[in-house]
Structure formats: C-alpha cells, structure tokens
Design a binder for this molecule. Structure first.
Ligand code: NAD
Length: 283
C-alpha cells in the first residue's frame, strides 16, 4: 500500500502557483460569500482565506446575515461580478433555508465561477471541453495523475452522485477513458460493484461505508468523505482495514481535502489569466 499524500501535493501546487503569481501583471482575486454562521462553513472559509494569503492572492470574505433576502444576496453577487479586481467568486454552501441556491449559483458570472457549479461550466465538462471544473473532483484527478495511476480502460466506481463531487468526478474519469460506474443511495449491490473496481472514489458522507471485504486487492481507493466519528475526522473508507489491500489510498485528513483548496486557487489563477487573455501562454 502507498499513500496518496494530498497534503504534500497541495504544498507543491501552492509553491508553483506562488511562483506564477509573482510573474503575473495582476494579482488574482477571490471573493467568498458566506451567509449565516454555520460553524463548519466558517472553518472552510477561513482555510480558503489563509490559502489565498499563502500564494499571494487578494481575497475578500463577504459575511452576510443568516436572514439575508434572496434579492440582497443576488445583489452582492452582481457587485462582485462587475469588479475587475475579483476574478473568482465562491458561494459557500450550505446557504440559509430561505435562499434559492440554484438561482444564486446561476447568478455567478461563468468566467468567475471558480467552483465550477454554473450550468455553463457543468455543460462544458459534460461535453468533454472542461473550463472551470469543480475543485474536489479536479483535486482527485491531480492526485491520480501525480503518481501516473493508469485510468485508461480501468473500471472506476464513483460512490455518490452529487453535482458537487460525484457527477463531475465521473465525467473526469470518463474523459481519461476509464469505464465509469456511478453508485448512489438507491444502488442495491454496492459491495459487488466495489469488488469489480480498479479505482474507487467514495463521496458519500457515511463514515467507514467502504470496508476491506468490498475492495479488490490492488485497487486504488480515493476517500472524499468528511465525517465526524467519535470526535475525530474520518472518511467514507475504513482506512485501517482497507489500506493493506489497496495499491494506493488517500488518508483523511491529508488526502483530498487539501487538494480541494489548492484546486480552488488553481481555478482562480485560471480565471485571472483568462481575464487577461493570458491563458494560452501559461503552458
Ligand atoms: P451529498 O450529500 O450531496 O451526496 C451524497 C451522495 O451519496 C448522494 O449522491 C447519495 O445518493 C449517495 N449515498 C448516500 N448513501 C449512500 C449509500 N449508502 N451508498 C451509496 N451511495 C450513497 O454529499 P456531497 O456534497 O457529494 O459530499 C459527499 C462527502 O464528501 C461528504 O462527506 C462531504 O463532506 C465530503 N466532501 C469533501 C470534500 C473535500 O474537500 N474532501 C469536498 C466536498 C465534499
């Protein structure tokens, strides 16, 4: 078993981003909108802000009250859409219950949609011409590619079908010519599908859902899940029992999580370069 170390890879990526930013004529700018005071969201937003500081991006956190109206939230998005110093806009989810999330995500200018959730960006990914790609799925691809893990012709199983992780993950694996299966909450034979998979990506939100009996010897196991169990952060994979069977496995924490943040930075840089019409010269 070898560890797919997201923490180290994210640090490498950040170092190269920092270099690139120093050579740019503009400072990439990321705005994060957060409404309400969800404790976990606050932690995630703080991590994004710190990451921006580490690589020399400008960052702006827009904290809005939990009782904000749909109109006022949309107005904030429009203001950021118009600003030339902001290249990426991220709306931290979840939003308060009174807010129509789809409408807010669709209000973000597609060229600033660094989360890749706008239907235009989802459509580009669907068509096999990705522009801004959801950060977690992109991070997983970077992890796989960093170790030249073969995907072509491999059986890949994505567990979870959310727009945020599962679906974009499946599309990216398909683009690398894997044979992709998507399992979800109504899939009756998860264990059987897992046993056939060369690559398993678990993105469910259920602690230790994937156990050793479900994993084929030598499989690559990517754990996107973030769950609290007995006060500790753990993934969707029972790491202790699965690790000895896997050829590669991501730990939680220190696997996919750090890669999600560095891919957010990567997307922001891409958006900034596009705004300068520089993207073609980045190599
Ligand atoms: P979600 O709740 O939107 O989707 C969960 C998916 O799991 C659904 O498609 C559902 O059908 C499927 N599912 C539920 N029970 C199942 C079961 N028993 N068997 C098979 N499939 C089942 O969640 P999400 O936003 O896609 O996130 C999934 C997990 O990934 C969560 O733990 C979340 O915290 C984590 N996450 C981590 C990162 C990161 O950076 N590491 C980023 C985003 C999400």
């Amino acid at each position: 078993m070898a560890l797919l170390d997201g923490k180290s890879l994210a640090a490498e990526l950040e170092a190269s981003l920092k270099n690139e930013v120093e050579r740019l004529s503009i400072r990439p700018g990321l705005a994060v909108i957060m409404a309400g005071d969800d404790a976990a969201s606050k932690i995630y937003v703080g991590r994004k802000e710190q990451a921006c500081q580490r690589v020399g991006f400008y960052s702006e956190m827009v904290y809005l009250p939990a009782d904000i109206s749909q109109e006022a939230l949309l107005e904030q998005v429009q203001v950021l859409n118009q600003r030339s110093d902001i290249h990426g806009i991220l709306v931290q989810l979840p939003l308060p219950a009174q807010i129509d999330v789809t409408q807010v995500l669709e209000a973000v200018a597609p060229e600033k949609d660094v989360d890749g959730f706008h239907p235009i960006n989802a459509g580009h990914l669907f068509n096999g011409t990705p522009h801004l790609v959801p950060c977690t799925a992109l991070g997983v691809m970077h992890l796989l590619k960093s170790q030249q893990i073969p995907m072509l012709g491999k059986q890949a199983l994505v567990i979870g079908r959310s727009n945020i992780v599962g679906k974009p993950m499946a599309l990216l694996l398909l683009q690398e010519h894997a044979t992709v299966t998507i399992a979800h909450s109504r899939t009756p034979n998860l264990a059987e599908l897992c046993l056939q998979a060369d690559i398993i990506v678990a993105a469910v939100g259920k602690a230790k859902l994937v156990t050793a009996e479900m994993v084929k010897p030598g499989a690559v196991v990517i754990d996107v899940g973030m769950n609290r169990s007995e006060g500790k952060l753990c993934g969707d994979v029972d790491f202790e029992s699965v690790a000895p069977k896997a050829s590669w496995i991501t730990p939680v924490p220190g696997g996919v999580g750090p890669m999600t943040i560095s891919c957010l930075l990567l997307n922001t840089l891409q958006a900034a370069c596009q705004s300068l019409a520089l993207s073609g010269t980045r190599g």
